[in-house]
Design a protein around this ligand. Sequence first.
Ligand code: ADP
Ligand code: MG
Length: 381
Amino acid sequence: MEKEEWIVVKGSCSIRPMKGAVKINCMSLRSQIHIPNGMVGLIEALEPSELEVSINEHSFLEKRKEAVPKEWFSAMDEIKDAEKIMVIGALDSGKSTFILFSSNYLIENNVRVAIVDADVGQSDIGPPTLISVGIPSSQVLFLSDIPPLSSYFVGDTSPRGNLLPMVVGTKKMVDKAFEHGAKIVLINTTGMVFGGPALALKLFKLEAVSPDIVVGIGEEVKRLIDLFSSTTRVIHLPKPRGMLIKNRLQRISRRKTLFSKAFKKLNHTTVDIRDVKLIGDLQIVEALSNPSIFKAFVDIKKIEYLLVGLHNRRLELLDIGLLLGVDPDNYQLKLLANTNVVDQTRIIKLGRLRVMPDGTELGRVNPQSVFSINKASLPQP
Ligand SMILES: Nc1ncnc2c1ncn2[C@@H]1O[C@H](COP(=O)(O)OP(=O)(O)O)[C@@H](O)[C@H]1O
Ligand SMILES: [Mg+2]
């Protein structure tokens, strides 16, 4: 590679630096690395360099003059002096890539950086449906290499219908980042940028978090950025050219992998309904907490595998689990959950999404459909 030349690679492949100095995803590349299937690496030569790359039939490799727009680097320099930076953009605009680059750049400059990942659909840190915060201890190749420090339960892969948890969760995770000594917090957001609810979400998030800088990527958010510019410092950036984006099925498949990983540690367990508070749709809460209603009216198949968040008395998320059913005669909620956290669980938040233990999404629960007259349990004439 010539100096300042780029190579874009898509996994799976292995890369070993042989000569010179290169960065991959803004991380200094010193030893051999592996890029998993479907993941993208943006390699920049800092001086004339040689790499050994092993590819297979799924890999993609292309030389580019410039993989990341120059403006991105000036923006990364500008955010060095801020505390809270919120990144907005439509789906596949490069939000995660910009945050990954910024995080690695700030770490190189000895800044303790935190990332709040509020993109509940395409999460990089922690499983989907949660807002998670992570503090990388060193540069990372991918944001998914950063372990979550703490998470907030939203219970859905879309902010639609969940605007309050989205705002509260983002604010709480930003606070958590500073409690853990972060100097700069980078906040990723969902790709929901069109329409009234999207505007409301961004406006109130902005008010709750009060970032010093909002970075908007792509033409889709130009108007939003203009709107915010009266109250906040804004930076508008172009998208990189030739992005290797995932299609809908690849996104669902990625979520399935992340969910199944998160569910690996879950086991069959029960919780006494009288020992916990349920928070969620009022009709479903009523159905689950009242044994006689449950027996007569509830079609358990409609809420089976509902995503739930297990919380302690301080409303801190302990882990996620799946609702399996109710044993109404014994006041038991049947769950798939991490048995280590069940004893501390005092509050269970009900999500909206149903997900099978292998990560397959079953769609959103419809509270109306949960009720059907279960004739067998009605008093016989
Ligand atoms: N410069 C680039 N060249 C090729 N692919 C890129 C480039 N920048 C990002 N990508 C890929 O495009 C996809 C979308 O980018 P991403 O940062 O995940 O967007 P967002 O977080 O806004 O959805 C990802 O798969 C990413 O790896
Ligand atoms: Mg993203």
